[in-house]
Design a binder for this molecule. Structure first.
Ligand code: AVI
Length: 332
């Protein structure tokens, strides 16, 4: 059995922990003191937040995870064929935000990649997951990478530089603004990622706003807890004194911008203090915590082409609630 290689690109970050902490404090202070207060969604994912997100994916109301899984299940053969048609024979499967590698574990027997590169910012979690995966695929060359790929997609030399097949499921691209999404896709389509290659992308689609809003405001209140937990994380990071009982969860579909917006709304007038700062909120005032953009099959096809992919195809479910795209740089 081969041993997975592991490259930790977050190690340099750890060496600068103090300056990183200062950056975080500066960024959060700035966004909380802005006229329209906001908190970046990256602060959702502390330990409790990651567990709450896992719980969200199991909710009846949160259809994206199971709908995407159904599309994959029905189309593994078509996905393998798409790769062959793009002229890719020795694929290097690059799993962006691999987590526990479960989605790829199901894909690997069909795509038969030569190399598998799971990337995630949670280094310890990924290290364990790649070890487990190696046990299931003893002959597969696995190179795990600990990295925040939202900042840069420059991959270490150990990653094969041809036939790169990126895998970005879960509609995570929807949490980027359309401009940032384009920039991110351009990096994947860029010739520096190799001449041939492509991307499998899972993205949530525009639909009836009641269905969308229920997915982000479920009856058991799991998404509300996920949203409010960001305040606990901020209390820890800034030494702030947010009182969670003063805030309520709001999720609505902004049709004009084609996005679900999540906010935290002050129930009564309240003042929050941290370090030498304070911010007063009037009853009803909101902190914007997340955008989740929804695309149409046409708008995502256009975005992928604009990013530099020459061939784009997709698979969807019978209700057309979710899309899985294959975008390639060459081939038929
Ligand atoms: C991670 N991301 C794709 C989720 C979404 O649907 O935008 C995050 C989420 N926020 C609330 N529920 C799920």
């Amino acid at each position: 059995m081969l041993k997975p290689e592991f490259i930790d690109c977050t190690a340099t970050l750890a060496a600068t922990t103090e300056s990183t902490q200062n950056e975080v404090i500066k960024e959060l202070t700035h966004s909380l003191l802005a006229t329209r207060a906001s908190i970046s969604p990256k602060y959702f994912y502390n330990t409790l937040g990651s567990k709450l997100f896992e719980a969200i994916t199991l909710l009846d109301e949160y259809y994206p995870t199971r709908t995407e899984a159904g599309i994959f299940h029905a189309n593994y053969g078509n996905m393998a064929l798409a790769i062959v048609q793009a002229g890719i024979s020795n694929a290097c499967l690059i799993d962006l935000g691999a987590g526990n590698c479960a989605k790829s574990a199901a894909l690997i027997p069909h795509l038969k990649p030569r190399q598998y590169v799971p990337i995630d910012i949670s280094v310890d979690f990924l290290r364990e997951a790649s070890g487990n995966l190696q046990a299931n695929f003893p002959e597969l060359n696995i190179v795990g990478i600990g990295m925040d790929f939202s900042k840069t997609l420059q991959l270490p030399a150990a990653v094969q530089n041809h036939d790169r097949v990126f895998f970005y499921p879960g509609s995570s691209l929807g949490n980027f603004s359309p401009e940032d999404a384009l920039h991110f896709l351009q990096q994947i389509a860029h010739p520096s990622q190799g001449n041939a290659g492509g991307l499998f992308l899972g993205i949530d689609l525009v639909k009836n706003s009641a269905v969308l809003e229920a997915a982000y405001d479920d009856a058991p209140g799991v998404t509300a807890a996920f949203n409010k937990n960001v305040l606990l994380n901020i209390n820890e990071l800034l030494g702030a004194d947010f009182d969670l009982r003063q805030w309520r969860h709001v999720a609505l579909f902004n049709a004009q911008k084609s996005r679900i917006e999540m906010h935290l709304q002050a129930i009564a007038n309240t003042t929050v203090r941290w370090a030498e700062n304070k911010r007063s909120f009037l009853a009803g005032e909101q902190i914007h915590t997340e955008n989740s953009y929804k695309y149409t099959l046409d708008s995502m096809t256009a975005l992928l082409k604009q990013a530099g992919f020459s061939q784009v195809q997709h698979w969807t479910d019978t209700k057309e609630w979710f899309g899985v795209f294959w975008a390639s740089k060459s081939g038929s």
